[in-house]
Design a protein around this ligand. Structure first.
Ligand SMILES: [Zn+2]
Length: 189
């Protein structure tokens, strides 16, 4: 949580504003209530024929592990546009969104993940700044033991089960209503 008021710089204190049902960071000087809410992560499983796009992370947490193009949604951006931007930034991939596949909640770190199925529009992908390398892998070549986050495994299994199924098909809860296992240093993506 924040420690100082972004508006005036004074320390904040945790207290329950009148009429609220929980404690908030409230500025000790100007009284502004600073609401903190989950962040939205957008990403996509991008396929070209029978292959899918994987990126090896160049940044912590989980540097060196494999993921799909995904990251935080920016202000002023639709979720679909965010997923398209992340594919470009992380893999220099141009994609076309096919549809939403899943909505995963990671309550522990305050994330809601919107994960799409997308078509890769060309084969010449390349590592962006946040990737060590990118590759087009067959479905039987997914490095399951070297995936960066539990939700990456979830969405790849889900996408695999939807191969050949016309979209969109939306999953609105975590598999088995479980929470992903903790990962050291998580909280960034
Ligand atoms: Zn203040």
């Amino acid at each position: 949580m924040i420690h100082f008021c972004p508006r005036c710089g004074a320390p904040v204190e945790l207290r329950r504003p009148e009429g609220d049902d929980r404690e908030r960071a409230v500025c000790s000087a100007c009284g502004t209530v600073h609401y903190e809410n989950p962040k939205v992560v957008v990403g996509s499983v991008c396929t070209l024929g029978e292959r899918l796009l994987l990126c090896r992370r160049a940044i912590e947490p989980r540097r060196g592990f494999w993921t799909i193009p995904a990251g935080y949604l920016e202000l002023g951006e639709t979720a679909e546009a965010g997923a398209i931007r992340e594919a470009w930034e992380e893999a220099r991939a141009r994609i076309e969104i096919d549809g939403l596949m899943a909505v995963y909640s990671v309550e522990r770190i305050g994330q809601v993940q919107l994960l799409y199925r997308a078509k890769l529009l060309h084969e010449d992908v390349a590592a962006g700044d946040e990737s060590l390398e990118v590759r087009l892998a067959g479905w039987d070549e997914i490095p399951w033991d070297e995936l960066a986050f539990p939700t990456v495994g979830w969405i790849l299994r889900h996408a695999s089960s939807l191969r050949g199924v016309p979209g969109p098909l939306v999953t609105v809860t975590n598999p088995g209503r479980q929470q992903p296992a903790a990962i050291a240093g998580e909280g960034a993506i």
